[in-house]
Design a protein around this ligand. Sequence first.
Ligand code: ZN
Ligand code: ZN
Length: 368
Amino acid sequence: MDNRPDPGVPFEVTGGRQKAAWAERLLPPVEQLAGDIWSVPVPIPRNPLRYTLSYLIPGESGLVVVDPGWDSAEGWDALCRGLTEAGASPADVTGVVATHVHADHHGMTGRLKAASDAWVAMHPAERDSLPHHTVPQGEVGGAQSPTDPIGARLREAGASANDVRDLTGLPDGQSAAPRVDLAAPDILLEDGDHLPLRGRDVVTVWTPGHTPGHICLAESSAGVILTGDHVLPRITPNIGLHGRRPGQAPLAEFLASLKRLAAWDDHEALPAHEYRFRGLARRTDELRAHHSRRLEEILFVVEESFRPTLWEVTARLSWSRPWDQVGRMRVAALMETAAHVDHLVDAGLLTRCGGEGRPIRVARPGPG
Ligand SMILES: [Zn+2]
Ligand SMILES: [Zn+2]
């Protein structure tokens, strides 16, 4: 579990204007990038991620939009402005690719398809997570579904009745949340598949982890790879359990996908949030090191406690703010912790006890 990034390996922010805009809390500009690919920031209203970077890939005949962004009037205007700057309109769009189906990426696909009659493409594992994938407005990546109730997950983890009520009710001041229905694919993209776009060679790289069917897209003649949420320059993507079938190991998948992406170190990384950069080997090492530290921290917390519940482990870990201020992100924190605990159980470093109506507890394996 010890992989520490080598400080000698280079990392360079190439989206300088994006980074400056991020620091000033502004929306970055629409930019034309290497190989005539366009970066279009689409705002996510009332969300700390602030915007999704949509990418426009024009071909000889046709134009593909990758991750149209969160569905809102403001977002639609921003996407249309970006298309105009690239000399196109929504009607010119021939294809839409979702790196994954989180609403901040795939939310506006339906609207764009209706305006253009474009095909919609994603990985089959992402399609498989769709029927249940309706997300309350205002919550990015925190998908809920009728067959996967958050309340049951919270109770099973040992959250108190108060916490369950707090986290399954609507946030203060919000009325009934309209639900967003996400577009189904017309085309499935498996690892190694090329986008149907004449004059371009855009290759699908399957990178499961953040979601089961997350993909990156490499355009090697332009020297770029679109990394979606898989690799971001500053934050670590959430590794949750949503949309998972039994037997899947999201953290192990994510770590393997990170290792794989280091091979594109000579490509500029075009992420779906924050800013562009070079240095995928360095950044993927950092992310792997982050998860190694997390796994070690969980083992330490379990060592220091007597058979803590999953909820107690989550509360004792270090988060970006104190636990009592984590608010509604406690659900994502719990899922993230559960993914790490599963990984440690699979490695034989932890065992689970409880369950069957009682909260799940974790312990170090051993006599007694
Ligand atoms: Zn996501
Ligand atoms: Zn995202």
